[in-house]
Design a protein around this ligand. Structure first.
Ligand code: HEM
Ligand code: FES
Length: 351
């Protein structure tokens, strides 16, 4: 089986997203250069560019890292997640401009290759004050490049989801390298507390949001459900599931999204085939469960993507007894049709 390359399609939403992104970055760089030149009139244009692009890249990386946990904690942040990959690629491009200007400024005038000079001009690896921090920025840039270069879905399919996911988890290593790059570099000579304070607030925010999101997910996984004789497990009251939405439960270690729609209940895996997005946080649109991350769709009763798409996810057997929803924790093979359980509307109205 070969993997087909599909060109990126730019819809109106993506264009608006990118226009806002580029405008905000231009505003940031202009403000940074203006204030920098005003506070320090002797600063050269090269220094202001290096610092402006470097801080813009690091700021954007913080935003990229915070979007995931923010969406787990509050659905209102989901629109930001839709084009998160554009933010990642832009972070790399800003870092590339910063790194290239730095190489030209600090390593291009000698008689050795600037890239070799980057690693050999300062060998004081045992010193904190004089550590060759630029090499840390270089390795972070290599990781950001790998992520940007493989961000298209073509690579997701080609590398397979687990390998792609592992590769993209390297973003945390890149982040740690960059925090060290700034702490051992600019902060060693900077007398103003602004950069140190901003970096500290950034690190605390990233760590705090990740811990809060992990705590919320752990609570979901630990919730106990009562089992019945036929192996079905009581999940919740029908009324707890909003129309065309789902409740997420963890059954035998697997997250299951239980959807209510048109007086019916269906249960499918909570894990989207695309990039493991949480399907239970999505909605039913045009009869299909729609992933909140990038809009992949699945039929709630079979877990299959509507034709011509081929993605399939596991389904689960469901029952409604009175007003209680019960789900069998054993997953069916991906794409298996399961008759939805009917909700007795009259009984619901009487309660
Ligand atoms: C080849 C790769 C890189 C090189 C050679 C490099 C070099 C440098 C140099 C020389 C400085 C000190 C500038 C100064 O204080 O005037 C610096 C600071 C900085 N770098 Fe990098 N860097 C690289 C990659 C990166 C990347 C990928 C990022 C972010 C994504 C980054 C973010 C920063 C930040 C935030 C600062 C502090 C800016 C300031 O001085 O206010 N660097 N880098
Ligand atoms: S994770 Fe991308 S569409 Fe679901």
């Amino acid at each position: 089986m070969s993997v087909q390359y599909g060109a990126i399609s730019w819809n109106r939403q993506k264009k608006v997203y990118d226009l806002i992104l580029v405008s905000l970055i231009a505003l940031y760089l202009g403000t940074f250069a203006g204030i920098g030149a005003w506070l320090n009139p002797s600063a050269t244009a090269e220094t202001l560019l290096i610092r402006g692009f470097g801080t813009a890249a690091l700021l954007l990386l913080h935003i990229v890292l915070c979007i995931g946990p923010l969406c787990r904690l509050d659905r209102r942040f989901l629109p930001l997640l839709y084009n998160r990959r554009h933010l990642g690629v832009t972070t790399f491009l800003l870092g590339l401009v910063h790194g290239t200007f730095s190489l030209i400024q600090f390593h291009a005038l000698g008689n050795i290759n600037p890239l070799i000079s980057l690693f050999v001009s300062n060998p004081r690896y045992s010193s904190v004050a004089d550590f060759p921090f630029q090499s840390l920025g270089f390795f972070a840039l290599v990781i950001l490049f790998l992520m940007a270069a493989t961000s298209h879905d073509f690579w997701l399919r080609n590398l397979t989801a687990p390998v792609w996911k592992r590769l993209h988890m390297l973003v945390y290593l890149a982040y740690a390298l960059l925090v060290a790059h700034v702490a051992l570099g600019a902060l060693q000579s900077d007398t103003s507390p602004v950069l140190a304070g901003t970096l500290m607030v950034g690190v605390i925010t990233v760590v705090f949001l990740h811990l809060a999101a992990a705590r919320k997910e752990r609570r979901l996984d630990r919730a106990k459900h009562r089992a019945t004789e036929e192996g079905f497990v009581e999940v919740c009251n029908v009324n707890r599931i909003p129309e065309k939405c789902a409740t997420i439960v963890s059954l035998s270690g697997e997250r299951v999204a239980v959807f209510r729609y048109d007086a019916r209940i269906s249960a499918i895996s909570n894990v989207c085939q695309h990039q493991n997005g949480p399907l239970g946080e999505g909605r039913i649109i045009d009869g299909c469960v729609t992933c909140p991350w990038h809009g992949y769709q699945y039929l709630p009763e079979s877990g299959s993507a509507p034709p011509p798409f081929k993605e399939k996810i596991p389904t689960f057997r469901v029952k409604v007894v009175g007003d209680t929803v019960l789900v069998h924790p054993r997953p069916n093979p991906p794409g298996t049709f399961v008759e939805p359980a009917a909700v007795d509307q009259k009984e619901m109205q009487l309660r």
